[in-house]
Design a protein around this ligand. Structure first.
Ligand code: ATP
Ligand code: LTN
Length: 333
């Protein structure tokens, strides 16, 4: 029975085309969890508007993320796939949690610091600042046990845990306190042009990331140009972040250990290594891209998935919200 299974929740912002980082750091892990857990995978469109977004891009990206979820192997009959703005309990709990989150805590979030630096003319919105309490609401509404995310989300998750514990202590046991689920390999795929920073879909240099929508030749070209170093030895070292990143990508996709890979490339140059990594990525992403493109031609099917998903999510989320409203002292209608 679904009810005995532990609960998983995770989400991706429809803030652009997804990258290899989103795929290896998040979605690929999710597909392995769908049989064992009761999974909710959300497209967090409300988070995406914390920085300015063109409405037509947001609509397009939202459907693309959903199509990517399904193309990557998430089965809509097993997991709940839905769009955040369809379940209003997210903002309703988000508000309550906002009132339990401290200004100082939010100010310490590194994602906020990074993203606010990128906003022109100091146009930093309150939404960008309070984003982590909405993320906590996403997670806590479903009484989530585990949250599979990339390394960059660890701090937000810590805050979600602190907020849950604070609420439980102040009122009484209400929320399950969620645990992060961050894989050892692939949890932080780096920028191909600057391997000391994270691969990000909002980067301005398109050689820095691989998009799930990139064609085979673009993928090959981007790996060929990937920044490495002048040592010319394939090994795992913090002094060689470019090579380390490529080893991580290779290992995450094939399942081969990094030690094996290092042996395999002993005495071989970067050119051959990069070509092989590119081929592995091309072969991994091609079927996904083809399936995704097919799905995007069938909008009715996608609509059916997010309709059904929102209904299932809503039922669970409402139950938690009702409890929370009662505990904080709101009079029922
Ligand atoms: P942006 O780059 O626009 O800030 P993002 O890709 O970091 O956005 P999301 O799309 O919401 O943000 O991230 C979705 C999931 O993908 C999260 O679990 C995040 O940890 C993971 N993720 C994002 N980038 C990487 C990366 N480079 N390596 C591994 N995981 C990643
Ligand atoms: N903050 C995340 C996206 C996100 C999320 C969530 C992830 C919003 N709500 C709930 C896991 C669970 C990000 O920026 N990648």
């Amino acid at each position: 029975m679904e009810d005995n299974k532990k609960v998983i929740f995770s989400g991706i912002q429809p803030s652009g085309s997804l990258t290899l980082g989103n795929y290896l750091g998040a979605i690929k892990n999710w597909t392995n969890l769908q049989d064992e857990y009761n999974c909710y995978y959300c497209i967090v469109d409300m988070h995406a508007i914390t920085v300015p977004k063109e409405p037509k891009d947001l609509r397009k990206n939202t459907l693309e993320v959903l199509a990517n979820y399904v193309a990557a192997g998430l089965d809509p009959d097993k997991v709940t796939l839905f769009i955040q703005s369809h379940v209003s309990a997210h903002v309703e709990l988000g508000w309550v949690l906002n009132c339990m989150t401290y200004y100082g805590e939010l100010g310490r979030m590194t994602q906020f610091k990074d993203k606010s630096k990128k906003q022109e003319n100091n146009n930093i919105t309150a939404g960008l600042f309070t984003y982590p309490s909405l993320m906590a609401a996403d997670i806590l509404l479903y009484q989530t046990d585990l949250v599979p995310v990339g390394e960059d989300q660890r701090q937000h998750l810590e805050l979600s845990r602190d907020i849950a514990i604070r609420f439980n202590n102040r009122y009484s046991e209400t929320f399950v306190v969620p645990e992060p689920y961050i894989s050892k390999v692939g949890a932080k795929i780096m920028n191909l042009q600057d391997p000391t920073s994270k691969m990000s879909k909002s980067d301005t240099n398109d050689n820095s990331y691989i998009l799930l929508s990139d064609d085979d030749d673009s993928i090959r070209r981007k790996f060929k140009r990937a920044v490495t170093d002048s040592l010319g030895i394939v090994k795992l070292s913090d002094d060689q972040p470019g090579v380390k990143n490529l080893l991580g990508i290779y290992s995450k996709i094939t399942g081969e250990s990094v030690d094996n890979l290092v042996q395999k490339y002993e005495g071989k140059g970067y050119a051959e290594f990069k070509e092989d990594v590119a081929e592995i990525v091309v072969n991994e992403l091609r079927p996904l891209r083809e399936k995704r493109d097919d799905l995007l031609k069938n909008k009715d099917y996608l609509e059916e998935i997010y309709h059904k998903g929102a209904e299932k999510a809503e039922n669970v989320a409402r139950k938690t919200l009702r409890k929370v409203y009662k505990k904080v002292g709101f009079i029922p209608r």
